[in-house]
Design a protein around this ligand. Sequence first.
Ligand code: ADP
Length: 214
Amino acid sequence: MIIILMGAPGAGKGTQADFLVRSKGFKKIATGDILRRQIELGSAIGKQIEDIVNKGHLVSDDILLEVLRVSLREEAGKSIVLDGFPRTLGQAQWLSKQSDVAGVIHIDAEGEELVRRIEGRLICGTCHAVYHLREKPPRKEGICDRCASQLIVRKDDSRNKISVRLDTYENETAPVLNFYKELGKYFRVDGNRSTEQVSREIEALLGQLNFVTV
Ligand code: ADP
């Protein structure tokens, strides 16, 4: 069974997906992490998508569907939280043919808050843990608390790329929310609140959905 976390860049999808992994035993499939890993590895796909991802544009559905096909196969039969997929109507339609989507949780945060969170974000190049210079600094500057690797700033987290990504979200991804509204699978949480408050809301929602992890 699958839960989808949706929301604009900076809304906190990755952070809340990690919460569901830690507290509820979900398996996380985060397409952004998978794509960045391919770029780091310098694989054929990585070379093809590097420029697109770093500029803040969407990678083609063909590539994403292949990435998802592999990941869903690896995690078959488990409770999965999707972070960063689907991002287009085509991806959502494809997914509905593959798997049973239990619900879509929209982490809804305001534009200014999104920019504030993305500027100052640091990620671990190895385990993908997320930090923030002011809100959630690592214990040791530039080093991941979890795995002691070097922290990096994502190339698409610069101010001009953020606005491209927010526009892409409005144009391509926001319509996907309607797709799930029409299916009766859409749930909204207020993403402007603290990380802990958003986690509590998501937890309550999963309780209401009677969602049992396997
Ligand atoms: P954020 O949600 O903060 O923008 P992600 O890590 O989810 O970041 O994604 C980073 C980038 O990876 C996107 O801007 C896009 O280039 C690419 N990407 C990730 N998921 C998808 C997807 N489902 N479809 C197309 N491109 C994607």
